[in-house]
Design a protein. Structure first.
Length: 170
C-alpha cells in the first residue's frame, strides 16, 4: 500500500470532483435562472433600454446583437469550464474537447426547451447555433493555446542542416 488511507483517497477524489465540476454546475444554474425570467413588453415611458425583471431589453437591433453575443460568450465559457473539469480527470484532450462541446450544446438545447415554457420567451434553433459556435470556438482556442504551450520548442535552429548558417528572415 502507498501509505495513503483509502478514506483519504476517497475524500481527495470527492474534493477534486467538487472543485472541477462546481463551476460548471454554478454557471449552468445561473444560465437557467436567467432563461427562467419572463419577458414583458416595454413600459409606456420606455427609453432605449428597459428591464424585464433582471434582464435588460434593448431597443432595435442592439437587443439581438447583445443577446446573441452573450450566447456565444456564455456557452464558450461553459465549454471551457467543462473542458477544464474533464482534463482534470485525465481525459485525453481530443475526447475532452468533444465532450465539453457536447455538454455545452446539450445544455443549450435543454435550456431552449425550458424557455419555451416561460411567459414571453420562445425556443430558438438559432440560439442553439450561437451556443454551438461559442463552445467550438472557445475549445479550439483553448486547445491551440495548450498545444503551443505543451509542445517542445522548434528544433529548426538546432538541426544539423542549419548549423553554421546565419538565420535570415524572408
Amino acid at each position: 500500500m502507498s501509505g495513503i488511507k483509502p478514506n483519504t483517497t476517497r475524500r481527495m477524489r470527492a474534493r477534486a470532483l467538487l472543485i472541477t465540476w462546481l463551476p460548471v454546475i454554478g454557471l449552468m444554474a445561473l444560465m437557467f435562472a436567467f432563461s427562467a425570467q419572463p419577458k414583458h413588453g416595454p413600459p409606456p415611458d420606455a427609453q432605449d433600454v428597459y428591464f424585464s425583471g433582471p434582464m435588460p431589453i434593448f431597443q432595435g437591433n442592439w437587443d439581438a446583437i447583445i443577446k446573441k453575443t452573450s450566447h456565444v460568450a456564455g456557452y464558450g465559457l461553459l465549454a471551457l469550464l467543462c473542458l477544464r473539469a474533464l482534463r482534470a480527470h485525465r481525459i485525453a484532450s481530443r475526447e475532452a474537447s468533444a465532450l465539453a462541446v457536447l455538454i455545452a450544446v446539450t445544455f443549450g438545447l435543454t435550456d431552449e426547451l425550458h424557455q419555451s415554457f416561460v411567459a414571453g420567451r420562445h425556443a430558438s434553433v438559432l440560439d442553439v447555433g450561437f451556443d454551438y459556435a461559442g463552445a467550438v470556438a472557445a475549445v479550439l482556442v483553448a486547445r491551440f493555446i495548450t498545444e503551443r504551450r505543451e509542445s517542445p520548442p522548434s528544433s529548426k535552429t538546432n538541426s544539423p542542416r542549419c548549423e553554421g548558417r546565419a538565420q535570415t528572415n524572408p
